[in-house]
Design a protein around this ligand. Structure first.
Ligand code: MG
Length: 289
């Protein structure tokens, strides 16, 4: 199933895609998160997903044309967003860094979340080097702590697309840290859907691409990840509890703008499309202010 948060008539609510129509899950009696999103459905686990399936099968369910609604970020305030750096060998190479021996996690502040079609907005007084990174996103569906690798995928609600937008001048300013450079407001567009795990039995066979104004900038497959989804969940859940709705961005392949010659950074009006096979595409415009 392709789950989404959407707004029709100005009211955010959870939905599920059926062809080109969006079934209103709030009208079907499913709980909406405080932001009208999918957080409560994530918390409801398999029971909630069964109720979504029933709504999908209900011929009389209230629905809207997809083209008539605004698609919102699937979850506006996950308890955390953890991103993995340096998880593709070709990206390690282009950045001149060694392939890591263990996953390299950092945080994106949850206030950086924006919708799959929202503008990416940044103050030019703060950064002038804004870059894209297409990534497979993993949404946690069950409380996870000290999870074994063989069981890890059981804790996944579904998969999504993340653009790990990054301010390179902040990233390399002063002592090494990534969080601030990747956490400005609007620097985490994600969605447009959470595709449930049953539809993606193997998350390591998905093509992912970035198109900047129609020009292909990144093109790889999740099969090139150094640490796969189970290894990442196992690693992160050691000593840390992952909660339903938490978002993990699994790293980006080569082709980012700042390592190109000449370097490419987002500029006014650029259209950045990040897509993952079988899930969908983010389509965001750049808007420096
Ligand atoms: Mg990244």
């Amino acid at each position: 199933m392709k789950l989404l948060a959407f707004s029709a008539d100005g009211r955010p609510r959870p939905g599920v895609l059926k062809g080109h129509r969006v079934i209103d899950l709030a009208a079907a009696g499913l709980p909406a998160g405080a932001d009208g999103d999918l957080l409560e459905i994530a918390r409801g686990g398999n029971g909630a997903l069964d109720r979504v399936r029933n709504a999908l099968d209900d011929g009389g369910a209230r629905s809207y044309a997809l083209s008539d609604v605004e698609v919102l970020p699937p979850i506006r305030q996950p308890s955390k967003i953890v991103a993995i750096g340096l998880n593709y060998a070709d990206h390690c190479k282009e950045t001149g860094l060694a392939v890591p021996a263990a996953p390299v996690p950092f945080s994106k502040f949850t206030s950086s979340v924006c919708g799959p079609h929202d503008d990416i907005v940044w103050p030019v007084s703060v950064t002038r080097e804004v870059d894209y990174e297409v990534e497979l996103g993993v949404v946690i569906g069950r409380r996870a702590r000290d999870v074994a690798e063989r069981d890890a995928l059981d804790y996944v609600m579904g998969y999504t697309v993340v653009n790990d937008v990054s301010a390179r001048d902040l990233q390399f300013l002063g002592p090494k840290q990534w969080d601030r450079s990747k956490s400005l407001d609007t620097f985490c567009p994600w969605g447009p859907y959470i595709v449930t795990r049953d539809e993606i039995p193997d998350p390591h066979v998905l093509r992912l691409r970035t198109l900047l104004n129609g020009r292909e900038m990144q093109n790889s497959t999740t099969g090139n990840m150094i640490f796969g989804v189970p290894a990442i969940i196992t690693f992160l859940s050691r000593g840390t509890t992952l909660l339903p709705g938490d978002l993990i961005a699994t790293g980006t392949p080569s082709g980012v703008g700042f390592r190109r010659t000449p370097a490419v950074f987002l500029k006014e009006g650029d259209e950045c499309v990040c897509e993952v096979q079988g899930i969908g595409a983010l389509r965001n415009r750049a808007r420096p202010v």
